[in-house]
Design a protein around this ligand. Structure first.
Ligand code: CTP
Length: 208
C-alpha cells in the first residue's frame, strides 16, 4: 500500500525573510512514516520545514507554504490508498507578501490575514474508496466535540485527538475518535511507539 503522510509546520511569508508558523517538530508524522515502512508499505511524506532526517526508504516531498502542501497533496493523493494528516497547517496567511525586507516606519503596522486552503478537507472531498485519518489539536474542554466536528467536516474515517503539549515534544497522548464520536483507542508514550500503535489500529480497522 501507498500511504500519504503530511508532517511538520507550514510557513506563511510576510516579506522575503519573515514568516508566520508554529512550533511543530514533524516528529509524529515522521514516526508514522517509519511505522508504515516497517510494516512493508510505501510512505509518501509531504513535509514542511523540520530538523529531522526522513525515515530511510520514504518518498519525501518538501513544502513550505500551505498552498504548496495543498497542491502537492492533491496531486499525490491520486495514487495513494489512504492518508494520515499530522501537519500543523497555518490556517491564515498575510494577504500580501512584501518583496524584500519590510523596514521600520515608526508607526504601528496592521497585518491583514486571509484563510488558507483546508488541505485535509479537500482530500476528504475526493477520497472515494480511500481512507483518511486526521489529527485534531484541541486545547479546551470541548475537545471531543471539536474533534468530531473536524472529522465530519473533513470527511475522515477517524480523527486523532491530541493536545498542544504534543507540539515540539518527543511524547504524545492520543485518543482515536470514530465517526460516531466514540473514543475507540488511546495510546501514550514516545511518539515512535504511539505511531506504531496508531498504524496497527489503522491497518486493522481501516485498511480493506
Ligand atoms: N488541516 C489541513 N489544512 C488546514 C488546517 C488543518 O489539512 N488548513 C488538517 C491538519 O493536518 C489536521 C486536521 O486538519 O489533520 C485538523 O487540524 P487542526 O489544526 O486541529 O484544526 P483546523 O482545521 O485548523 O480547525 P481550527 O482552526 O478550528 O482548530
Amino acid at each position: 500500500m501507498r500511504i500519504l503522510i503530511t508532517a511538520g509546520p507550514t510557513r506563511e511569508y510576510l516579506d522575503d525573510v519573515r514568516y508566520l508558523s508554529n512550533a511543530s517538530s514533524g516528529r509524529m508524522g515522521y514516526a508514522i512514516a517509519e511505522a508504515v515502512l516497517a510494516a512493508g508499505h510505501q510512505a509518501v511524506l509531504v513535509s514542511g520545514p523540520v530538523m529531522l532526517t526522513p525515515p530511510h526508504g520514504s518518498e519525501v516531498h518538501p513544502v513550505e507554504t500551505t498552498a504548496e502542501l495543498h497542491d502537492v497533496c492533491n496531486r499525490l493523493f491520486q495514487d495513494c490508498d489512504g492518508a494520515i494528516a499530522t501537519a500543523a497547517v497555518c490556517d491564515y496567511r498575510p494577504r500580501a507578501r512584501f518583496p524584500g525586507k519590510l523596514a521600520k516606519t515608526g508607526v504601528s503596522l496592521e497585518l491583514e490575514l486571509v484563510e488558507t486552503a483546508d488541505v485535509l478537507a479537500d482530500l476528504g472531498l475526493q477520497k472515494g474508496h480511500r481512507w483518511l485519518v486526521g489529527f485534531a489539536l484541541e486545547s479546551d474542554e470541548f475537545a471531543h466535540v471539536n474533534a468530531l466536528r473536524k472529522l465530519k467536516h473533513k470527511n475522515c474515517d477517524a480523527i486523532v485527538l491530541n493536545r498542544p503539549t504534543a507540539i515540539g515534544s518527543t511524547t504524545n497522548q492520543i485518543e482515536i475518535i470514530n465517526p460516531v464520536g466514540a473514543t475507540v483507542a488511546s495510546f501514550s508514550g514516545a511518539k515512535t511507539d504511539v505511531a506504531h500503535e496508531l498504524w496497527n489500529w489503522i491497518s486493522v480497522q481501516l485498511v480493506k
